[in-house]
Design a protein around this ligand. Structure first.
Ligand SMILES: NC(=O)c1ccc[n+]([C@@H]2O[C@H](COP(=O)([O-])OP(=O)(O)OC[C@H]3O[C@@H](n4cnc5c(N)ncnc54)[C@H](O)[C@@H]3O)[C@@H](O)[C@H]2O)c1
Length: 322
């Protein structure tokens, strides 16, 4: 029996696949290897996964329902973990078209085929961005999320609503995972911690939005994959539908993050402050009580240790000798 993981060449999909493979679980990975960021990074992640005999990769665009349908027919999937999407909040303000295709049409194709093929466990990536700007923090799953600040958040909220409809009319257990700012080795080059690290090493100016006051709940990748794994073991969920925050619940300002990076790297950042960016939320702060209840995860990676692991990986991967 196989588990399908979409977006396996992406940051979270790669680490999730690796965790299952290390547990000797058979994985079918799908990705279209799009060029949103450096394709070599995606290929290098794939190279690592391909060393495992239990890993089979299919390069498919999830917009192609016919091809995807054949994959579902060929393998008898036990569970589906849908992590492929067009990520990134800022890009979604202008490039709505690719978000529409990769986050709405693709999502529909994957959930619809999962339903047709009687998949018991359907897990998918939602996002903390569905919370937009709230009046109260931390953000709890039952808070109002009907006012998305950008198209990306709107696409993730739509996924949650669509999955609610499927879980209401079938026996499929749908779990929407609202990830909070995930970081770590083999991370996403468009994210702040990665860009800041590169700019510090390259002695380039760092543009810090909203004068460094934005607050993010950074969550280490291994805590995310552990949560995904444990959630994928759940067999009985009330009304077949669960929306759950996955985050550490210890948010920090971007300025604090830069200080941690400066200390770790041993070079001072060259900072230019600028206004807030259209579509950005001011703060993310995860209420993770539900996560603790369902997964029993008690300890999250310390931010300084996580950043240390990321910087070590970065130096090694890019041959930085500074
Ligand atoms: N990284 C975070 O902090 C974060 C936070 C909240 C939510 N998420 C969500 O988690 C999921 C994984 O994010 P990530 O950080 O690993 O992003 P990523 O961009 O590294 O990975 C996504 C992968 O999906 C693939 N993909 C996109 N559209 C596809 C399509 N139509 N067909 C096949 N493959 C396609 C891409 O090539 C990429 O490899 C996404 O759904 C993202 O929206 C991520």
């Amino acid at each position: 029996m196989y588990i399908l993981i979409t977006g396996c060449s992406g940051f979270i999909g790669f680490h999730t696949s690796l965790l299952y493979l290390k547990k000797n679980i058979k994985i079918i990975g799908i990705d279209n290897l799009n060029n949103y960021y450096d394709i070599n990074l995606k290929k290098n992640r794939l190279k690592i996964l391909s060393k495992y005999k239990n890993f089979i990769f299919h390069k498919i665009d999830l917009n192609n329902k016919n091809k995807l349908s054949k994959i579902f027919k060929k393998y008898n999937f036990k569970k589906v973990i849908h992590l492929a999407a067009q990520a990134g909040v800022r890009d979604s303000v202008k490039n709505t078209n690719k978000y529409f295709k990769d986050n709405l049409i693709s999502f529909y194709n994957v959930i619809d085929l999962s339903n047709q093929n009687n998949i018991k466990n359907f897990l998918y990536a939602s996002s903390s961005s569905v919370y937009g700007n709230q009046i109260k923090y931390p953000s709890k799953e039952n808070m109002d999320t009907n006012s998305p600040l950008n198209f990306y958040a709107a696409s993730k909220k739509s996924n949650e609503i669509i999955s609610h409809a499927y879980s209401s009319t079938s026996k499929m257990n749908c779990i929407g995972m609202r990830f909070f700012t995930v970081y770590g080795p083999y991370g996403r080059p468009d994210m702040s911690y990665y860009k800041f690290t590169k700019k510090i090493y390259d002695s380039k100016k760092i543009l810090v939005y909203n004068f460094g006051k934005n607050i993010r709940d950074f969550t280490y990748i291994d805590d995310i994959t552990k949560a995904i794994y444990r959630l994928s073991l759940l067999n009985k969920i009330k009304n077949n539908n669960l929306i759950i925050n996955i985050g550490k619940s210890k948010p920090i300002t971007n300025m604090k993050l830069i200080k941690i990076l400066e200390n770790e790297i041993g070079i001072k950042a060259n900072i230019t402050f600028t206004n807030k960016v259209l579509g950005d939320s001011f703060k993310t702060h995860c209420d993770n009580k539900l996560l603790l209840k369902f997964t029993n995860i008690k300890k999250f990676e310390n931010l300084k240790t996580g950043i240390h692991k990321f910087v070590n990986w970065y130096k090694d991967y890019y041959n930085v000798t500074k």
